[in-house]
Design a protein around this ligand. Structure first.
Ligand code: BG6
Ligand code: MG
Length: 220
């Protein structure tokens, strides 16, 4: 029986992965190469500068540190433009319901995201108050698969790592959860997230977790 839930943001609570990838694709195009659909998985969960290095590596492009910072800023500007238009309707199916259910049962929740844009997204969605603790890319700089983001979340909630369940759509995030000593629920494609303890297609299917022995106990 778990005592706390930690949520990744992009691709778990909200459908922003598509905007991240569109912005990376535009950047690559500008540099003269094309990203393939399957490249997207490599970029999920990974911090901004690490993702940039991966993209440049895929294109075989070498740039100075200064140019790398400029490219990352340019990519982020396009991404911010896209997420500035998010509305509560952009939450993924079941996300709001699960957050509300956990809150009503007294189960503590944390956000564990690599994104520095998390505050903007949470405001656009209006769900800041449904998360007890917010750990994002401005709080923790070590990117997933480093477990620091999730460890910080558990610590701030005052819950032991083994009592935390992490919801993740990224391979790097599942690895980070395991390295933190937590249960990892993969959200998305089971063939991609095979390392997770359980995979559900989306948070709308969170009810089926009980069949896999994952339940939450709150203190109402
Ligand atoms: C993660 C995304 O949540 O945040 C990654 O899955 C992204 O794709 C990372 O690179 C960093 O986000 P941002 O918004 O700080 O560039
Ligand atoms: Mg994600």
């Amino acid at each position: 029986i778990a005592r706390a839930a930690i949520f990744d943001l992009d691709g778990v609570l909200v459908d922003t992965a598509v905007h991240h990838f569109a912005a990376w694709r535009a950047m690559a195009q500008g540099l003269g190469f094309t990203l393939a659909d399957e490249d997207e998985e490599l970029l999920k969960g990974v911090g901004r500068m690490d993702a940039l290095r991966i993209v440049l590596g895929l294109g075989g492009v070498e740039v100075s540190d200064e140019e790398a910072l400029r490219l990352a800023a340019e990519k982020n500007a396009q991404y911010v433009k896209a997420i500035s238009m998010l509305t509560p309707d952009d939450m993924l199916p079941g996300a709001l319901e699960l957050l509300r259910d956990l809150r009503s049962r007294g189960v503590p929740t944390a956000l564990g995201s690599a994104s520095r844009n998390a505050p903007l997204i949470l405001d656009r969605l209006g769900i800041r108050d449904l998360l007890d603790v917010i750990i994002d890319g401005s709080v923790v700089s070590q990117a997933k698969p480093d477990p620091a983001v999730f460890r910080a979340g558990a610590e701030a909630l005052g819950v032991a790592a083994e009592d935390c369940v992490v919801f993740e759509d990224a391979i790097a995030g599942v690895e980070a959860a395991h390295r933190a000593g937590m249960t990892a629920v993969g959200v998305g494609d089971a063939t991609v997230l095979g390392e997770a303890d359980v995979v559900i297609p989306g948070l709308h299917a969170a009810g089926s977790l009980a069949d896999h022995g994952i339940t939450f106990e709150g203190s109402p």
